[in-house]
Design a protein around this ligand. Structure first.
Ligand code: FAD
Length: 469
C-alpha cells in the first residue's frame, strides 16, 4: 500500500513549491532531498548568495551619488568581505527558518537521501547512513535541479577554478578575476566583483555578450562594462589553465593571449541532475543534456510523473521553477492547468539591471510579422534625473497588426520590479493606446512605459492605412 499520495524528489524552490501545493490540495506528501539542508540553488548557492553580493556592490555604487548633496565620498571605499559573508549567512538562516516553518505547518514529511526510480511508481532512496528505503506513490514530481558545467579538461576545484555555485567558497574579493562566459550570470558576476574591487576580464565564445537577450540590452551592458573598466573579449574561449608558483592561475585563451588571474569563474551553462534518477526504470526518456521533457501540464511521457524547475533545462530561474512546480502539483492532483511562458518576466541583476518579458526584437522579426517599436530613455524621466540614474531605456515591441504588446525590455533603475507591469500588459493583450493612456504617478520610473508607448503610437500614426490594417 502507498504511504503517500505524492512524492517530490528535490528540496529546492521547485520541490518546496510542489510539496506545498500538493498538501494544500489534500495530498499526503513526502519530499526527498539529497542534502539535509533544504532550499537548493536558490537559498544555498545561487540566487540568494549572489543577491547579497550584488546588494553590497549596488550600495558601494550608490555611495558615490552622495557627492551631489555634499555628502563626503570616500574615494576607493571598499566593503568588508567578511561582513558580506556574515550577512549572507544570516539571510540564508532566516530563509531556512521560513521554509522550515512552512514545511512543519503544512505537515510535509521530509527525508534526506538520494532517490532513484525502480519502476514508474516505486523509488529507492539511499539514506546518508548507506541504507536503502523503498517508497511508492501514485504520483511523483521530479525537481532535482541542475549543476554547473565545467569546461573540458578544466575541472572546478573551489579554489582557483570556481563555478557560480562556489560563491560560498570565496573568503576574500579576488584581486584579479577572469570570468568565462558572458551570459546572464557571468555578466552579473562581472559587475558585482568590479564594484567590490576586482580587476575583471570576461571572455565569451560568441560574437557578443548576453546572446539570446534583446540586442539593445546586450549593447547597453557592453557599454557599461567599458565604462566600469571591465574588459570583454568576444569570440574568445579558455583553452588551458596552469597554476603558477605564486598560487595564481595562468589562463591561455583561444587566439594565444595569456592572462594571469587570482581566480577563474567558469559560467558556461548548467546540466540537469538526472543521472542518479535511473529514469529508464520509470520509462522516462532524457534529452541530450539529460533534461526531462514535459507537456504544458508539466507531465512527462509517463502518466503520473511530472517534472519542474532547472531539471527541464528551460529558463533555469527560481521564478519559473516555483510556477512550473505549482502547475505540476495541481495537475498531479487532478486539475487541468497549463504553463504559460509568454508573459513570464525575467530579471538580470547587472548594473543597471534589466527586466524583460515576451519577444526580443530579433525573435519578433524572425516571426515574419510587422512590428512597431516604441522607446524612451531613462534620461527623459524626471524621476531618473532626480535619482541620478539616467542610464538605460524602455523598449516596447508591438505587433504591427493587432497593436498589442508582445515584448518589453527595460534596462535601468528598478527594471526587474517594474517589468511586472509589462508582463501583465502582455498577458491581458494590452494595446499601444492602453499603455499610452494610463495615468502614471509622477515622478516615477514607470512613466517610461507611457512615453515609450507614445513613441510607438506616433510610429503607428505615420504608417499607411494598409500597413496599419
Ligand atoms: C549565481 C546564480 C544566481 C541566480 N540568480 C537567480 C535570480 O536572481 N533569480 C532567479 O529566478 N533565479 C536565479 N538563479 C537560478 C536559481 O537558483 C535556480 O533556477 C533554482 O535554484 C532552481 O530550483 P530547482 O528547485 O529547480 O533546483 P535546485 O535548487 O537545484 O534544487 C534541486 C534539489 O534536488 C536535490 N536532488 C538532486 N538530485 C536528487 C536526487 N536524486 N534525490 C534527491 N534529491 C536530489 C538537490 O540536492 C537540490 O537540493 C541563479 C542561479 C545561480 C547559480
Amino acid at each position: 500500500m502507498n504511504e503517500h499520495d505524492l512524492i517530490v524528489i528535490g528540496g529546492g524552490e521547485a520541490g518546496i513549491s510542489a510539496s506545498l501545493r500538493g498538501t494544500q490540495l489534500g495530498a499526503k506528501v513526502c519530499m526527498l532531498n539529497r542534502e539535509p539542508e533544504l532550499g537548493g540553488g536558490c537559498v544555498q548557492t545561487g540566487t540568494l548568495p549572489s543577491k547579497i553580493l550584488s546588494n553590497a556592490a549596488h550600495f558601494l555604487e550608490d555611495l558615490k551619488k552622495g557627492k551631489r548633496y555634499g555628502v563626503p565620498v570616500v574615494e576607493g571605499a571598499r566593503a568588508d568581505f567578511g561582513k558580506i559573508l556574515d550577512s549572507r549567512h544570516k539571510t540564508t538562516l532566516c530563509e531556512l527558518g521560513v521554509l522550515a516553518t512552512l514545511i512543519r505547518k503544512n505537515s510535509i514529511e521530509t527525508l534526506t537521501g538520494t532517490a532513484s526510480f525502480k519502476g514508474p511508481r516505486t523509488l529507492e532512496v539511499r539514506l546518508p547512513d548507506g541504507t536503502v528505503r523503498e517508497l511508492a506513490a501514485p504520483r511523483t514530481i521530479i525537481a532535482t535541479g541542475s549543476r554547473p558545467i565545467a569546461l573540458p579538461g578544466i575541472p572546478f576545484d573551489r579554489r582557483s577554478i570556481l563555478s557560480p555555485d562556489d560563491l560560498t567558497a570565496l573568503d576574500a574579493v579576488p584581486g584579479r578575476l577572469l570570468i568565462v562566459g558572458a551570459g546572464v550570470i557571468g555578466c552579473e558576476m562581472a559587475f558585482i566583483f568590479r564594484s567590490l574591487g576586482s580587476e575583471v576580464v570576461v571572455v565569451e565564445k560568441a560574437e557578443r555578450a548576453l546572446l539570446g537577450q534583446d540586442h539593445d540590452v546586450a549593447a547597453l551592458i557592453t557599454r557599461e562594462f567599458k565604462k566600469r573598466g571591465i574588459r570583454l573579449l568576444v569570440r574568445t574561449g579558455l583553452e588551458r589553465v596552469e597554476t603558477t608558483d605564486e598560487g595564481s592561475v595562468r589562463a591561455l585563451l583561444t587566439g594565444g593571449e595569456e592572462f594571469e588571474s587570482d581566480r577563474i569563474m567558469v559560467s558556461v551553462g548548467r546540466r540537469p541532475n538526472t543521472e542518479a534518477l535511473n529514469l529508464a526504470a520509470a520509462g522516462i526518456p532524457a534529452g541530450p543534456r539529460g533534461e526531462i521533457q514535459v507537456s504544458e501540464c508539466m507531465q512527462t511521457s509517463v502518466p503520473g510523473i511530472y517534472a519542474a524547475g532547472d531539471v527541464l533545462a528551460r529558463f533555469m530561474l527560481s521564478s519559473m521553477a516555483v510556477v512550473e512546480a505549482r502547475i505540476a502539483a495541481e495537475n498531479a492532483m487532478g486539475q487541468d492547468v497549463k504553463m504559460d511562458y509568454t508573459c513570464a518576466p525575467w530579471g538580470i541583476y547587472t548594473d543597471p539591471e534589466v527586466g524583460s518579458v515576451g519577444l526580443t526584437e530579433e525573435w519578433a522579426r524572425t516571426g515574419g510579422g510587422e512590428i512597431v517599436i516604441g522607446q524612451c530613455g531613462y534620461n527623459d524621466l524626471v524621476r531618473s534625473c532626480l535619482d541620478a540614474n539616467v542610464t538605460g531605456f524602455f523598449k516596447l515591441i508591438f505587433d504591427g497588426g493587432t497593436r498589442r504588446l508582445v515584448g518589453a525590455h527595460v534596462a535601468g533603475q528598478d527594471a526587474s520590479e517594474i517589468i511586472h507591469f509589462a508582463a501583465l500588459a502582455v498577458k491581458l493583450g494590452a494595446r499601444v493606446e492602453d499603455i499610452r493612456d494610463m495615468v502614471y504617478n509622477h515622478p516615477t520610473v514607470s512613466e517610461g512605459f507611457g512615453k515609450a508607448a507614445a513613441d510607438a503610437l506616433k510610429k503607428f500614426e505615420q504608417r499607411t492605412p494598409a500597413e496599419n490594417k
